[in-house]
Design a protein. Sequence first.
Length: 277
Amino acid sequence: MPKMRFSQRKGITSVRVEIQRESMDGSLRNKLWSVIVSHFIGEDYRSSKAHFLKESSLVLVLRGLWVDFLELPIDTLPSTWNKVGETMRERFFKWKWHEVYDFIEALAQRLTGSHKQLFISTVNSILENEMSAYRFVGDEIGEITSATEIETIESAITDTQELLAVNAHLREALAKLTDRANPDYRNSIKESISAVEAICQLITKDKKAPLGEAIKKMREIGVGLHPALEKAWISLYGYTSNEGGIRHALSDLPQVTFGTAKYMLVSCSAFVNYLLE
């Protein structure tokens, strides 16, 4: 994924959250097809020597797809893998983005046992790395990033262009979250919470106040939050600041996922938007 352009970093043009929600780029489509080849067809399917594998379970899977999903007569099912692969490949690269997901889901739902688990986990890894808005939950593909979440992030970045510190933290959090080549989820979370801290410091006019203290000071100057909301943000700040949290001992922290980092960016963006209002 390309990094933010100069004009986006400078706030001249709007930032778009590059999550693939109602689209599928070539990289994502290619990698999903490669998973299908490795799990079902075999990488030698283009060879004239490629014959049907002996595993009856896979044969049944593809026969079911041929009839039920591709809606082709069973007597047209080729007797060799190379012909099956060519037919599926031709359709796969012509389908619309949602039809590809239909096909991937149909494949998973016809598998069983460890083969099914491996296929789903491999696909989910690709979907995460390629910034897809969807994941397998069980054996169904569901949306994990909504249009509302994307709009929340974009709105916060657009509306804080004059609040340089806040804006810089939000942009950096987004950049670290959406960098396909080298995503940095830990530091994305750090930048997200730092954006909230920065706007609270601006409101209280105390550039050195940590978030917990700044939130309490906002109450003193009349910018009151609901007690439950105040408590929630102080607790969230504690999670990112204690000795086992994001801001300390990064190497000792358990693996931080895309989902956690995205949740933090969306939540912090929403809170920034709330304080702007």
